[in-house]
Design a protein around this ligand. Structure first.
Ligand code: MIC
Ligand code: SF4
Length: 642
């Protein structure tokens, strides 16, 4: 039987398990990436493993998230990361070089290779036909130390593209269409494999917009074949030698095949406050727009920004619109400058930001109160922009540019101008001088400023969990809800401090209450609905609750990366069985389970007693044999250190 693309790459990297969807497998990891906001923890954990050098083909440490640097903390983190990279043989991409996913696509991604990254948008490199997966920092640290990466062998859905995009419709609209079809719920342990005749018309950066935002559906990753377009892209990056053709066999099998006719897609938007809350732009009322932000790892490629420059040529931003523009990488910025587009954008009133995550993570450019902000980024969760009552809409660069001109939501097809044609450069100007390769002759001393905290240790699993429900939340709780980024991100390397902000925007008393229980030697339990832990890969969403004494989360369902992070930090991920038992628990109820060790080692089915209500209900903890060992030891670090 023929193989699909995912099976081809997995089978070439399989180290443990069998390639059956639903079973846990371990694969060899060729490349890793980290970014600064998750990187410090990942490298502290890597250091604790006592491995002299990384064992991957390539590991890259990027500085792109915390580049605002108010106070000494972030700059100290950057120095720590640079010195660790030098010591352990890691390539270092300096602040100012660009967003990890964009730079990795440009300079390092290779068809057919495996990549894991401590950032949920690592699947961006699926556009280059890599099996690229987002993971927690500890999983990335273990891969750097030479361990396999373990995950559930995914089922593969083929998204068969036909036709060609119409003018004013771009790849952002394609992924918004996919989000409309699949939503952000219920797609765990699945990969979207794109194929069909429509693929040929999409350039690699356009494919990257699509693979990037597959993360919002919660899939393990998304992947495109490696074809003529891939070769052209690698050639333009002067790395044609990295090209290999890769496609699914003709008779490959898929779990499901979905057809999307590109020519039928219209300009779309994701309305507040979820990337799957989709409407056509046409249906939107002419709402006044206060801010337009272009950039992020989703839509900040050369093609995106030149399209915008051409639409705006000779026009100035509407007086009521603050127009923010952050190019994805230094390469994109240089190319815009060399070809004169940058001055055109400046002339249009663009406020040019550093080529970094910036506004996307809410650490700058928070919109005014109750504002409407149109963004080309990938997440519009409540409060992520830094303004709790702002309405953030996700749109394509074309729709964003239309609002810059008109000051309100506008279907770009109504602009009555010709759709600009953008030709991709045959050769980008390559300048890797902001990339530092480890040098054996240089010092291997690790710099540790005062912001680098001590790695907290998880206690071993106790045989009885007796805890208070310190919070009860609903469906689709994101890691942004659990531990906010934005202004709080500077404490990423200091767990005791960062933990003060757990659930800050949901229940500001949570951290204090949990901490005081912990001081009294008591445990906390979180109760949640469907898709708990969506969004970011930040392991702090497990690590900080663990620090506050949380020992179990009971949810209707979990998202993949977050569930893995909970296990890595010794927190039991328990699932209601049946789901509506969720309704029988209230905040502050005292819950209890006994014989955890024996049950974990056995079938994972617990009878949980609600001591407050005098009732009992079943929860399950479905773990692989490896995960059982991790949980029993109180987390992965306790095992890897033995
Ligand atoms: C995000 O987009 O939410 C982030 C910030 O890039 C996160 C990583 C982090 O929290 O540091 C992600 O997507 O994993
Ligand atoms: Fe950075 Fe935003 Fe991309 Fe996350 S989604 S990596 S914050 S640009």
């Amino acid at each position: 039987m023929g193989k699909n693309l995912v099976e081809k790459i997995i089978s070439q990297h399989l180290i443990s398990g069998v390639m059956t969807p639903g079973e846990e497998i371990g694969i060899r990891i060729d490349q890793t990436l980290t970014q600064d906001a998750t990187g410090t923890m990942a490298y502290l954990q890597f250091e604790a493993m006592n491995v002299p050098k990384v064992k991957t083909e390539l590991s890259v440490s990027y500085i792109d998230h915390n580049t605002i640097q108010i106070g000494f903390e972030n700059a100290d983190d950057h120095l720590y990361l640079q010195s660790v990279a030098q010591k352990y043989g890691i390539v270092f991409s300096r602040a100012g070089n660009g967003i990890c996913h964009q730079v990795h696509l440009e300079r390092f991604g290779k068809p057919g290779k495996t990549l894991i990254g401590s950032d949920s948008h690592t699947p961006t490199c699926g556009a280059l036909s890599m099996l690229a997966i987002g993971a927690g920092g500890l999983d990335v640290a273990m891969a750097m130390a030479g361990s396999p990466f373990y995950f559930i062998c995914p089922k593969v859905i083929k998204i068969n593209l036909t036709g060609k995009l119409k003018p004013w419709v771009s790849s952002k609209d394609v992924i918004l269409k996919v989000l409309e079809m699949f939503t952000t719920k219920g797609n765990v342990n699945t990969v979207f494999e794109y194929g069909g005749r429509g693929v040929a018309s999409l350039t690699v950066p356009e494919r990257a917009t699509i693979t990037n935002m597959g993360a919002e559906c919660g899939v393990t990753t998304s992947i495109f074949p490696s074809d003529k377009m891939t070769r052209l892209f690698l050639r333009s990056q002067q790395r044609e030698r990295d090209f290999t053709q890769l496609e699914a066999d003709k008779n490959a099998k898929y779990d499901k095949v979905i057809n999307i006719d590109l020519s039928k897609i219209e300009p779309l938007t994701a309305k507040p406050h979820s990337p799957d809350n989709i409407s056509t732009v046409r249906k939107m009322k002419k709402i006044a727009v206060n801010q337009v932000c272009m950039g992020s790892c989703t839509n900040s490629s050369y093609k995106d920004l030149v399209t915008v420059a051409k639409i705006l040529k000779g026009k100035t931003a509407h007086p009521d619109v603050s127009f923010i523009l952050a190019p994805g990488s230094r390469q994109v910025l240089e190319e815009l400058a060399n070809k004169g587009y940058l001055s055109e954008l400046i002339a249009s009133g663009a406020r040019i930001m550093e080529n970094a995550c910036g506004f996307c993570i809410g650490n700058s450019q928070s919109p005014p109160s109750a504002a409407v902000s149109l963004r080309t980024s990938n997440r519009n969760f409540l409060g992520r922009s830094g303004t709790m009552d702002a309405d953030v809409y996700l749109v394509s660069p074309e729709t964003a540019a239309a609002a810059v001109i008109t000051g309100c939501f506008t279907d770009p097809r109504d602009l009555k101008i010709r759709y600009p044609k953008v030709v991709m450069p045959k050769k980008f100007s390559i300048d890797d001088s902001m990339i530092i390769w480890p040098d054996k002759k240089k010092s291997a001393d690790v710099y540790r400023g005062p912001n680098i905290g001590v790695l907290p240790r998880c206690p071993e699993l106790s045989d009885t969990i007796h805890g208070q429900v310190t919070i009860k939340v609903g469906d689709k709780i994101t890691t942004d809800h659990i531990i906010p980024a934005g202004a709080r991100m500077k404490y990423r390397s200091n767990i005791p401090k960062y933990s003060e902000f757990v659930f800050e925007n949901v229940d500001p008393t949570f951290a204090k209450r949990s901490m005081s229980l912990r001081r009294d030697g008591k445990q906390s339990i979180i109760v949640a609905g469907f898709s708990y832990g969506q969004g970011s890969s930040r392991e702090h969403a497990a690590l900080c609750p663990m620090y506050l004494g949380v020992r179990a989360v009971i949810a209707k369902s979990f998202e993949r990366i977050h569930a893995a992070n909970l296990i890595n930090f010794g927190i039991l991920p328990l699932t209601f069985c049946p789901e509506n038992d969720y309704d029988k628990i209230d905040k502050e109820d005292e819950l209890e389970i006994f014989e955890t060790k024996r049950t974990i080692a056995g079938d994972g089915k617990f009878l949980m007693r609600n001591k407050t209500k005098g009732t009992a209900f079943y929860v399950t903890c479905e773990l692989s044999a490896r995960q059982k060992q991790v949980i029993l030891a109180g987390g992965a670090l306790n095992i890897s250190n033995k």
